[in-house]
Design a protein around this ligand. Sequence first.
Ligand code: ARG
Length: 707
Amino acid sequence: MTELRFLMCAPDHYDVDYIINPWMEGNIHKSSRDRAVEQWQSLYQIIKDRAIVDLVPPAKGWPDMVFTANAGLVLGDKAVVSRFYHPERQGEEPYFRQWFEDNGFTAYELPKDLPFEGAGDALFDREGRWLWAGYGFRSELASHGYLAEWLDIEVLSLHLVDDRFYHLDTCFCPLQGGYLLYYPAAFDGYSNRVIEGRVPASKRIAIAEADAVNFACNAVNIGDTVVMNKASVELRSVLTKAGFDLVETPLTEFLKAGGASKCLTLRVTEPIMPDRHASLTLESRVLEMRGHLLDAGVVSRALDLIVEGGGSFQVLNFDLGEQRNSESSARIKLTAPSRLVMEELFSQLIEIGAIAPTDEGQKDALLEDVIQTGVAPDDFYVSTIYPTEVQINGQWIAVDNQRMDGAIAITGLGSGSPKAQCKVLRDLVAGESVVVGVDGIRTNRKITGRDATKSSASQEFAFMANGVSSERRVELVVEQIAWELRQIRDRGGKTVVVAGPVVVHTGGSEHLASLIRDGYIHSLLGGNAIAVHDIEQATMGTSLGVDMKQGIAVRGGHRHHLKTINTIRRHGNIAKAVEAGSIHQGVMYECVKHDVPYVLAGSIRDDGPLPDTVTDMIVAQEQYAKQVEGADMILMLSSMLHSIGVGNMTPAGVKLVCVDINPAVVTKLADRGSLESVGVVTDVGLFLSLLVSQLEKLTSPYQLVNA
Ligand code: ARG
């Protein structure tokens, strides 16, 4: 017990001289040296009463050297010396290294440019069973592999996500008896699951933000004693109940630099548990990207994605294309804290064009059999909207029926010409092979950056982000859409409309009807409501009982839609009602008159549905998919759920135009990462009327001159 030792460093040169964490902001030269010395002395006394304190001489010019937790990580007689992330602290490294060497430790040095900030980011379970290691701000995930190997201990990686808690020891403190004091919100979801998997609920002391910002987790635990800057009444009582003796000692001057008691100490006697050995769930894989990587910003997107998703990377090489037209290629080593995270990350990277390198031993896609009809193997690859190829028997084959959220099923494996196809889960049949994992899969994203910057899509998003859509902006978008609609019609292409009842409520049905009449629309998808309200309006002049001309509720009008449904039911269906002359205008009328197929999918309301409405949702989905097939453009008009459904069954390359008054809906629908989608935040009735008048202008070329 007497052998317990800590390393500290007197605050002779302590100050806030620069900003490398949020706590230092606004605090440059704001700490009082005298008060800092006083507070440090008190802490020193408290520790000294319970353990031996060694001192490393402070070095002038290195104000943060007081935070000895960042000197390195010690286990037994080994010390992994820190590699600081910020140049502001890198000058401390030789001093700490010297101290370790002078005191009989074997010093381990991480590769250059692989940051790891010592015991600030690595904390032993107090029973010595494993090492918790943080990453995300100061230490790189890839450093954890070295820790496991050199210290021969299991390492559990935790992803820090709140920059106020940039070191693991600012929000996480293992205590004696298997307890854990921590601030859960400082970690991502995956890390929280790792923590919960290791520490039983009865031992987890999750603190509130108010305590966390007082650095309550930055505590020194010696036996039953827990030393910290400050604790709330609640925290004190929880700790007391758990059998701890809480000692508070103000360290406010050090908080200004983003540290407190734990940061100011380094425990240099960490006993080795003989029966514990290295183990690491960390996984690394190499990925490759090719194309106009710089122009399109794909590499930086990939790297951001890796870091945000809880992984880390090392760029192994990056060959820059020499000319504007040459392609670049990059190889990146991706490290993830677990297999699960690795597959999640890798799938996302495949989506933006990355591929597992094939040169070393030609990696085929991994296949697994479907055991239970309608159920895919656990780690099946989830398909995206992008054209995909899979490698089977050394050959890349294109996947048919590309759609989002399906599995890739392989048939004809023995035949020499295997086929790959996207299938929704329910269509999988026992015995069929499905692609699992991430090997041998590539998506063709045509990484052509210069086109990307030219495209209007990026502008659209900027425009949506503003939240306000100036009338002029909407007009410009409409002009472009009108032009494309016209092109599609004239070349015999296909435009599909997905419409919600808001089209009718906002007075858009006459315009949509005229688009259908003029041959611009080739298929209509919606729910029961669009048809009911359109027919109600066509036959009674109201939409949900509101007079569309005067904008006021009609007496008894709420019965109108029921009357409408009833009339259609009497005729048998919409087409028959049209033939019988019961309906003579509107969206549905034009569809019938011009042989434009429509699918009305389901209704939960029991006042309907129309006989035409397909209430078996699976049948409806299949009919939708059929209509979407071969589409050049899809106009999504204020119908969030039907549009999302359609979006998922639509491969990349189809132009999507999403119109909704709610920017959140537009963002959700239009943001599929492909260039062909455009979002328009506006009233859908207004949009349709602009669109129709724009198309009229296109039809009569002299109009502009005359006007
Ligand atoms: N100013 C120092 C830094 O940002 C504070 C270090 C606190 N140390 C710690 N183990 N959390 O690096």
